[in-house]
Design a protein around this ligand. Structure first.
Ligand SMILES: C[S@@+](CC[C@H](N)C(=O)[O-])C[C@H]1O[C@@H](n2cnc3c(N)ncnc32)[C@H](O)[C@@H]1O
Length: 243
């Protein structure tokens, strides 16, 4: 079942993004692994609220593409970069229009990510993808609270080796894979707020009752175990390819 981002657009940035982490972790990972140079034409595929389109727009011409009108309207209000509403399986761009395509936490939402990567290879010389490696992902107390969550995500998220294979079949070479550690410190109140506002899209896909039970468990256990400081420790995998 696809996740509907239209309902999530209004508080998407508030619960997922903070400027420091977006710059120091996500943007830096994209620029370093994707070797993005100032002036290169960038496509942000599945740009959502334009977090990365906005940051890249300072140095690069950017096209933010997403299928959700509501997410794109937030992106559009951030800065005057191009916003295109389209399906990532059929990119409305001519061949070789783009130097580098960035794809952050999107592949798990696509019905056919191989088709999207073939489209990316048609329009773009390079690609950089950021995703979660479910073969090693752990969520600590969040996993305890929502026992089905990782099993659901293991089905949703393509495996890293499968993405590498799809990139190769799409015509990309020189494929690099880098797992980068992610640490973010929040207050327990902030973390509870994120959970109540469903900061993980998979919360909508849990079996009946599990989300509510998990929220009650975290309301009790987060303050008891962590006091006021909650550290999110994880990692994300960045892949790049050139054709
Ligand atoms: C988890 S969000 C990531 C947004 C942004 N890349 C970020 O990291 O903040 C996934 C985004 O993919 C978009 N999306 C899902 N399916 C899509 C498709 N077929 N074509 C284009 N965008 C799609 C959703 O609308 C949503 O904005």
């Amino acid at each position: 079942m696809p996740v509907d981002y239209s309902r999530r657009s209004s508080d998407y940035d508030a619960i997922r993004a903070d400027d420091a982490t977006d710059r120091a972790f996500w943007l830096r990972g994209l620029v370093e692994v994707g070797r993005i140079r100032p002036g290169e034409r960038v496509l942000d595929l599945g740009a959502g609220t334009g977090r990365f389109a906005f940051l890249l727009h300072a140095s690069n011409p950017v096209v933010a593409l997403d299928s959700s009108r509501e997410m794109l309207s937030i992106a559009h209000a951030k800065a005057p970069f191009a916003c295109v509403r389209a399906d990532g399986h059929r990119l409305p761009l001519r061949a070789d229009a783009i130097d580098v395509t960035v794809i952050v936490m999107v592949l798990q939402h696509l019905a056919d990510y191989e088709l999207t990567l073939r489209e990316v290879a048609r329009v773009s010389h390079r690609v950089v993808i950021a995703t979660s490696d479910l073969s090693t992902r752990t969520l600590g107390i969040v996993e305890e609270a929502f026992p089905s969550l990782l099993d659901i995500d293991r089905i949703r998220f393509p495996r890293i080796e499968a993405i590498v294979g799809a990139l190769e079949r799409a015509g990309f070479g020189d494929i690099q894979t880098k797992k980068r550690p992610y640490v973010r410190t929040l207050t327990v109140t902030q973390q509870l707020d994120r959970v109540r506002r469903k900061y993980i899209s998979t919360f909508d896909l849990l079996p009946p009752g599990e989300y509510d039970r998990g929220v009650r468990f975290l309301e009790r256990e987060l303050p008891r175990r962590f006091g006021d400081r909650f550290e999110v420790k994880s990692s994300f995998t960045f892949l790049s390819g050139t054709r």
